[in-house]
Design a protein around this ligand. Sequence first.
Ligand SMILES: N[C@@H](CCC(=O)N[C@@H](CS)C(=O)NCC(=O)O)C(=O)O
Length: 228
Amino acid sequence: METLVLFIIPGACSFGSQVALEWTKEAYKVGITTAEIRSSEAFRKINPTGKVGALKDGQNVIGENLAILLYLADKFQQNDMCPNVGTQSRARVYQWLSYLSSTLHPAFGQALFPDKFIGGDCATEFKKLATQKLLAVLEYINRSFCTSGYLIENKPTIVDAQAYGLLRWGRGYKGSTPVIDLNKFPNIMEFLKLMEDNQAVQNALAIETGQSVNLVNSKFAGYFNFGS
Ligand SMILES: N[C@@H](CCC(=O)N[C@@H](CS)C(=O)NCC(=O)O)C(=O)O
């Protein structure tokens, strides 16, 4: 079997898919993309939108993190990263993955990068409204955790992996000044810490930042060489 390859940007929404790959216990590589790579013909064959995450599994190529997470959960279901099909918990997985992708991700995008949406005099007002919307979304998430501290079950699922990758932006996107005060959301702060106790999350963070020498129980098989 060809080694799985996940294409990412450090600090981006591809993080949840990285954590899920760790949970598969299958050998995998990570391709750290640049804008140039993402606009190349070769990459567009893997994900025509030019975005990360994007997964290559032999002849199968998958774009959209929601789809990658479910693909991995289905293919490697023995690894217990997702509740069984037909259960209430599995339905919650669909619900949450959809909410994270359709609502939380764009809410951060609009609050963090208002100038991608509007210029001139309206930009300040847009940023204010976008930040209010983000706060409302975070309030909802903050009150949605189970007593376990996770979103679905008493152990982390692919939903928690994806939620972590996005919610960490509340601390500041890639080291920038935070656009909101995360202290207003104590359950989210606890959740981020809880996830950081997870070995797969620690491994994925190290791989994302190019520090893959300190991995524990990981099947990471190295960085994908775009020149080959
Ligand atoms: N709906 C997509 C969103 C993907 C997306 O927007 N990815 C961003 C990173 S968070 C990206 O690839 N940005 C790079 C670019 O636009 O060039 C998903 O959840 O997979």
